[in-house]
Structures are given as C-alpha cells and as structure tokens.
Design a binder for this molecule. Sequence first.
Ligand SMILES: *[C@@H]1O[C@H](CO)[C@@H](O)[C@H](O)[C@H]1NC(C)=O
Ligand SMILES: *[C@@H]1O[C@H](CO)[C@@H](O)[C@H](O)[C@H]1NC(C)=O
Ligand SMILES: *[C@@H]1O[C@H](CO)[C@@H](O)[C@H](O)[C@H]1NC(C)=O
Ligand SMILES: *[C@@H]1O[C@H](CO)[C@@H](O)[C@H](O)[C@H]1NC(C)=O
Ligand SMILES: *[C@@H]1O[C@H](CO)[C@@H](O)[C@H](O)[C@H]1NC(C)=O
Ligand SMILES: *[C@@H]1O[C@H](CO)[C@@H](O)[C@H](O)[C@H]1NC(C)=O
Ligand SMILES: *[C@@H]1O[C@H](CO)[C@@H](O)[C@H](O)[C@H]1NC(C)=O
Ligand SMILES: *[C@@H]1O[C@H](CO)[C@@H](O)[C@H](O)[C@H]1NC(C)=O
Ligand SMILES: *[C@@H]1O[C@H](CO)[C@@H](O)[C@H](O)[C@H]1NC(C)=O
Ligand SMILES: CC(=O)N[C@H]1CO[C@H](CO)[C@@H](O)[C@@H]1O
Length: 497
Amino acid sequence: MGLFFLALFLLVSTASADEGAFIGVNIGTSLSDMPNPTQVVALLKAQQIHHVRLYDADRAMLLALANTGIRVTVSVPNDQLLGIGQSNATAANWVSRNVLAHVPATNITSIAVGSEVLSTLSNAAPILVSAMRFIHSALLAANLDSQIKVSTPHASSIILDSFPPSQAFFNRSWDPVMVPLLKFLQSTNSFFMINVYPYYDYMQSNGVIPLDYALFRPLPPNKEAVDPNTLLHYTNVFDAIVDATYFAMSYLNFTNIPVTVTESGWPSKGDSSEQDATLDNANTYNSNLIRHILNNTGTPKHPGISVSTYIYELYNEDLRSGPVSEKNWGLFDANGVPVYILRLTGSGTVLANDTTNQTYCVARESADRKMLQAALDWACGPGKVECSPLLQGQPCYEPDTVVAHATYAFDAYYHRMAMADGTCDFNGVATITTTDPSHGSCIFPGSGGRNGTFVNGTSLVPSSNSTVSTSNSQFSRHGDIHLNFVLGLILLSAVFL
Ligand SMILES: *[C@@H]1O[C@H](CO)[C@@H](O)[C@H](O)[C@H]1NC(C)=O
Ligand SMILES: *[C@@H]1O[C@H](CO)[C@@H](O)[C@H](O)[C@H]1NC(C)=O
Ligand SMILES: *[C@@H]1O[C@H](CO)[C@@H](O)[C@H](O)[C@H]1NC(C)=O
Ligand SMILES: *[C@@H]1O[C@H](CO)[C@@H](O)[C@H](O)[C@H]1NC(C)=O
Ligand SMILES: *[C@@H]1O[C@H](CO)[C@@H](O)[C@H](O)[C@H]1NC(C)=O
Ligand SMILES: *[C@@H]1O[C@H](CO)[C@@H](O)[C@H](O)[C@H]1NC(C)=O
Ligand SMILES: *[C@@H]1O[C@H](CO)[C@@H](O)[C@H](O)[C@H]1NC(C)=O
Ligand SMILES: *[C@@H]1O[C@H](CO)[C@@H](O)[C@H](O)[C@H]1NC(C)=O
Ligand SMILES: *[C@@H]1O[C@H](CO)[C@@H](O)[C@H](O)[C@H]1NC(C)=O
Ligand SMILES: CC(=O)N[C@H]1CO[C@H](CO)[C@@H](O)[C@@H]1O
C-alpha cells in the first residue's frame, strides 16, 4: 500500500518535474486588426514566449510557428467536435490535416479537444471522450502519441464545493463522462486541463473573497484560509482551485493525473460594474502568477509541483462581445505594444519585464476636481515642481485639463522624491501606476522604460500576406459563471471571520 502511494506520488512529480513548469500564452484572434502570423510570431520571439495555445489549428499560424522552437497546443474548436466524436475517419482526417502536416517542423505538444464542453456545450458531452480517443488513435497510428498529448479544458465551475479544497468534487451529473475521461488521461499519460479565473470567483463572492487573496498579495496570517480537514493554509485563490481539482480527481480515485491550467488572467479594464478590472490589478495578478509558477512553489497539497499555466491572453480582443472587461484580458494591443509592463524583476526568462521597476504617480480619474486643483497648486508652488512644461505652447499643455496637469505635477514630485513611500498620495487624489503616462513630446519624469524593455510594436516586419482567421468559433471562453466556488465560500467566510 505504502509503495503504491509512493509510486503514484513519483508519477505526479516526474510528470511535472521533467521540464519544470512553464508559462504559456493563449492567442485569441477576435481583433479587428489581427496581426498576421509573422507579426504574431515576431512578438512571441521578442517576448521570449515559448509556449502558446491556439483556439484552432490555423494553417498559416502553424506554418509561421515552424522552426521557432515554440511549443504549441492546438485545439479542436467546439463546432467541429460532434463530427470528430462520431467518426473515427473524421478524427483521423482532422489529425492528418492539422497535425501531421505540421510536425515536426512545428512543435505541436498537445491537442485540446473542445473548450469547456461540459459547462457550455452539454449536448456534445456524450461524445467528448470518443472524440479524444479517436484523435489519440490517429496519433498512435502515426507514432506521435507519446509526444503529443490529448486532453480537454474544463471550466472550474464543474468542481463543486471547491472550498475547502479537500471537500471538492466534480458535479456528479458528469460522472458518466468524467470517469472514462480520467481513465483516458491516466492511460495515455496525459494531463487534466482546467481554466482558473480568480477574477470571476472574486467578483461573484460579494465581498467574501478579499481582493488581496485573489491577487496573490500577502495576507495577514489570521486572514489566510485554512482547510479544516487538511489544515493546509491557502494564501491565494489560484492554489485553492488547483488543489480542489486534485481533490475532485482523487474523490473518483484518480491520484496521479497532473494538472495544467489552460487559462488564467485578469482584465485590465472594465465598465462601471467592474471596478477591479484595472491596469494595476491585471499587472499584479499576472506578475504574481508568473512568479508563483516559475518559482516552482507548487500548491499546499503538492508543494514543489508547479502547474504549467497559459495566461489568458496575448492580445486584447476588441471584437469580443459582452462587458468591457471581455475585450481587455490581453497583455498587448494589436500593435504589440504592452498594455502594462509586468513586474517580473528577478524571475527571468519569460516575457520582457520591467527591469527598472519603473512606476509613475498619476491623478485619480475619479478624484474631486477641486481637490486635484489644490494639490496641483501645492505641487507647483510649495512642492517646488518645475511646472513650466504645463504652460501654453509647452509640450505638456495639451490636454488642458486639471487631471492631465495634476498627473504631470504629481509624477514630477514623486520622482524628485525618488519614489519614496508616501510621496504619491496628495490627500488621496493620486495613485501609483506602471503605465508610462508620456504622450507625444510630453515626456514624463521617470519615463524611458518602454523603449528599452519592449519592442516597438509597429516595427515588427509585416511581411507575409497570410492572415489568421478571425471567424473561428471560440464559443464561450471563461464566460462560465463560477457560482459553485462561491457556494463553497460560505465555509471560507467562516474561516475569514
Ligand atoms: C518539442 O517540445 C518538446 C516538449 O517541450 C521537447 O521535449 C522537444 O525537444 C521539442 N522538439 C523540438 C524539435 O524542439
Ligand atoms: C480508429 O482508427 C484507428 C486507425 O486510425 C484504428 O486503429 C482504431 O481501431 C479505430 N477505432 C475505432 C473505434 O474504429
Ligand atoms: C451539475 O450539472 C448539471 C448538468 O449540467 C446542472 O444541471 C446542475 O445545475 C449542476 N449542479 C450544480 C450544483 O452546479
Ligand atoms: C474509490 O476507491 C474506494 C476504495 O477502493 C472505493 O470504496 C470507492 O468506491 C472508489 N470510488 C469510486 C468513485 O470508484
Ligand atoms: C519562492 O520559493 C521559495 C521556496 O521555494 C519561497 O521561500 C519564496 O517565498 C517563493 N517566492 C515567491 C515569490 O513565491
Ligand atoms: C523593485 O521594487 C521592489 C519593491 O519595491 C524592491 O524590493 C526591489 O529591490 C526593486 N528592484 C530593483 C531592481 O530596483
Ligand atoms: C524612444 O526611442 C525613440 C526613437 O527610438 C526616441 O526618439 C525617444 O526619445 C525614446 N524615448 C525615451 C523616453 O527614451
Ligand atoms: C516605433 O514606432 C513608430 C511608429 O509608431 C516609428 O515611427 C518608430 O520609428 C518606431 N521605433 C523603433 C525603434 O522602431
Ligand atoms: C500582398 O498583397 C498585396 C495586395 O493584396 C500584393 O500587391 C502584394 O504583392 C502581396 N505581397 C506578398 C509578399 O505576397
Ligand atoms: C525577457 C526579459 O527581458 N527578461 C528579463 C527579466 O528581468 C530579469 C532581471 O530581473 C532579466 O534577467 C531577464 O532577462
């Protein structure tokens, strides 16, 4: 018995430890000016992104990724799932056209069969495992089954009672699919794919989940969530969901299937009902997530076993419908200009990062105009800021608004004080950001990070005329409501109070 468990543990650890966990990036293509595949690949290379997931198996994109060393997860879109799940021949044909035609030049390492099928396309659920088996058979026939893994990404909402993690289980109505699915993953040495969105869990928790807990920020020890069954301490929502996934699998007696997080991220902009979709929160979440994964911290249940994670997502997708946040999950705009500069100092190797630790002090958009004016007068007077660039005819005169002028003066003061603690407050009307507020010839004090650390998006060579299809059906990605997690939080809140 003991040996049996030891063997299982080793299986889990080696599965993740061979290469170490990686950070990848999802590439959605619902942009009105989607960069062409050559431009996309140039951005990936410049940012040292070595793992990507596509929502389809776009031919031009796969050709552009050839001989780059970038590892690629391709997807069977949900609208092709029924055909593939019902016919071995259709599946073999799909593999032949979308995989065999590209390997080994393009390093396809896994195939995501459908996306959040159980929660968004339940009529296809009965054929999901057949589709995965058929795809796997075709890989086996081509002797590619050990190098290309087959799995399917799930929404975390299929896990019920996810806090405390030790009591989590998959929605039992899916047992007829989930049990054969886990058997398949186990017998093919594949992994469980799950989408983890602490943003939605936080939003739907009505204040029960502290923002800091969702953003991986340090919590006072008495605010950490403790699983009463295992006494494990949870310091962030991400780890709690990953551990809930392990526990839900072990509830069905599968204890040796590794987990990969196929989507996670935070939106940088939202509408008035999405006040925590901000640049700073998105930067904090993604920076902390990347550091957490690459540090191989692992989770409380499996310390040292980090789960590879694909950030959602590379580009802001302006064509996506829904709330404002839906269009603002990206790390870059269509020109390849970063939406914010990740704070990754010290974590090395993926994604160009802010090695200068650059921050700026800006006026809060929502601040009272009279208070802003008073703070501006103080900065340019007693505060001794050099405010001449704000005069008419000077570079920072336009836009001639109190917010813009106060931002310049606050930032100048903050940098003159060497960004010391408390020098960006101005009675609460100022806030720190990592986004350089410079515009046109108005260069802000402290500016200069962007040129050095990031490629200029518009300088990417637009060479090939091929385009990435933007009409691919992506159905709902991360649109699923994670109510179940929230139900589990009744317990969590008891722990917090
Ligand atoms: C493809 O990716 C796998 C998994 O990371 C790696 O082991 C292999 O060496 C890569 N192949 C090439 C040709 O780069
Ligand atoms: C599907 O096709 C593969 C060959 O591509 C074959 O080995 C396998 O037996 C077939 N499976 C079924 C269920 O027909
Ligand atoms: C479990 O899944 C079934 C089928 O999709 C769904 O009707 C039900 O609401 C789910 N249960 C919970 C508690 O989410
Ligand atoms: C898991 O294993 C235990 C002990 O062998 C058994 O009692 C239980 O029925 C199994 N559960 C499932 C869902 O197979
Ligand atoms: C990185 O890991 C070490 C131990 O492995 C831990 O002490 C440290 O807090 C971790 N840092 C981060 C940022 O997670
Ligand atoms: C970046 O900022 C952090 C926190 O303010 C500080 O601990 C670290 O030393 C800084 N790194 C550099 C390179 O300035
Ligand atoms: C950024 O680079 C451009 C040209 O490469 C240069 O003109 C500009 O002054 C640079 N800006 C900063 C802030 O260094
Ligand atoms: C950056 O892009 C601008 C156009 O927006 C271009 O004028 C400039 O030359 C580019 N800078 C570099 C360093 O490529
Ligand atoms: C790209 O398309 C334009 C017009 O559609 C054409 O004139 C040009 O020759 C094409 N360039 C290449 C490299 O195919
Ligand atoms: C891609 C990139 O520029 N990564 C850098 C991130 O920051 C560290 C220093 O903290 C550099 O060593 C990496 O090269």
